[in-house]
Design a protein around this ligand. Structure first.
Ligand SMILES: *Cc1c(COP(=O)(O)O)cnc(C)c1O
Length: 355
């Protein structure tokens, strides 16, 4: 078994993969593959219902919110959020904490005025800006809860006079949140809740229908809500595997329990980075991500040999994003702490060899 620290598509629980593999051949004893049954069949409708139910249960989603499973990835939501929430001639506020946030705000510019109220671009996004005013006259404020590439995470959500729109692609279901603090949450599934091909959207119903804009059906949250995420053929397999993963999470004690594990994984790994003279962390300490742990070698010449040692130990996916360099250990929900210990041992062994 490999130790998969890849940033995305990321690790999935082994038992989920086994169940998914079996369903590809024979789904729930129907004698048919999950890949060849109607999305309108009672069997698949039960899968979608269960997935929605699990999202609501795990996140304690209050009444007045809808849960959608859509296609097009988080990148499509960069456009759909302003398309559905930003009124003609209106303004939206964006906190720019990385490449994904930047892409999101660029898409919003197609729909109205964009006010970048804070950015950490000048430091290559090594921290989360905290001193900013949220303009009360903007339609919403957009944040990225976890910056996958830079290894920073918003640890405390702020109170806002206007709806908060959050891209939670890389830390969805990794920690407790209060859904009522948000107007819209979206997340591509492939980092922390399932396979690529499906995007979770949780939207506050009463924010919709206020833009004065005509929105094509597939891009219209209201239409997708009315169709129960089945306006057209949904990504059945990706929804199924997400449902299995959410079920796995529930069986582990839910978000609260996984948050404790994630904190423990992050804490032992950062401890080693800070202790080991050969490595150093990239992100500002108070903003360090509990999902994507970014670090570099003090001596750049150590980078390749360390990756080689990791490879020998079955550690994969550790190379940092090209814009940051170094290493990125993604320690998503499904990664066991035992894998983190294998990485820590490799770091110690490497330091011994390179004294
Ligand atoms: C990966 C990622 C995206 C892009 O997701 P796609 O589903 O590939 O469009 C957006 N935001 C964040 C925070 C990400 O980590």
């Amino acid at each position: 078994m490999k130790h998969n620290f890849g940033a995305g598509p990321g690790i999935l629980p082994h038992e989920v993969l086994k169940q998914a593999a079996a369903a590809v051949i024979d789904f729930n004893g129907t004698g048919l593959s999950l890949l060849e049954i109607s999305h309108r069949s009672p069997e698949f409708e039960a899968v979608l219902d269960e997935a929605v139910k699990l999202v609501k249960e795990l996140f304690n989603v209050p009444a007045g919110y809808s849960v959608l499973f859509l296609q097009g990835g988080a990148s499509t939501q960069f456009a759909l959020a302003p398309y559905n929430l930003l009124p003609e001639g209106g303004k939206a506020a964006y906190v720019e904490t990385g490449v994904w946030a930047n892409k999101a705000l660029k898409e919003a510019k197609f729909f109205g005025e964009v006010d970048v109220i804070a950015t950490s671009k000048e430091s290559n996004f090594t921290y989360i800006p905290k001193d900013f005013q949220i303009p009360a006259d903007a339609a919403y404020v957009h944040i990225t809860s976890n910056n996958t590439i830079y290894g920073t995470q918003l640890h405390k959500f702020f109170k806002s006079p206007i709806p908060v729109v959050a891209d939670m692609s890389s830390d969805i279901f990794s920690r407790k949140i209060n859904v009522a603090d948000f107007g819209l949450i979206y997340a591509g599934a492939q980092k922390n809740m399932g396979p690529a091909g499906v995007t979770l959207v949780i939207v506050k119903d009463d924010l919709l229908g206020k833009t004065g804009r005509k929105i094509p059906a597939m891009f219209n949250y209201q239409v997708q809500i009315e169709g129960g995420s089945m306006y057209n053929t949904p990504p059945c397999f990706a929804i199924y595997v997400s449902m299995l993963t959410l079920n796995w999470l529930k069986s582990k004690g839910g978000v609260e329990a996984i948050e404790k594990e994630n904190d423990a994984k992050a804490s032992v790994l950062y401890e080693e980075i800070d202790r080991n003279p050969l490595f150093k962390g990239v992100a500002a300490i108070e903003d360090r991500s509990h999902m994507n742990v970014c670090f570099v070698a003090e001596n750049p010449e150590h980078e390749k040999p360390f990756l080689k040692l990791c490879d020998e130990k079955g550690i994969v996916g550790l190379k940092g994003h090209r814009s940051v360099g170094g290493f990125r250990a993604s320690i998503y929900n499904a990664l066991p702490i035992t894998s983190v210990y294998v990485l820590i041992d490799a770091m110690r062994e490497f330091a011994e060899k390179n004294k």
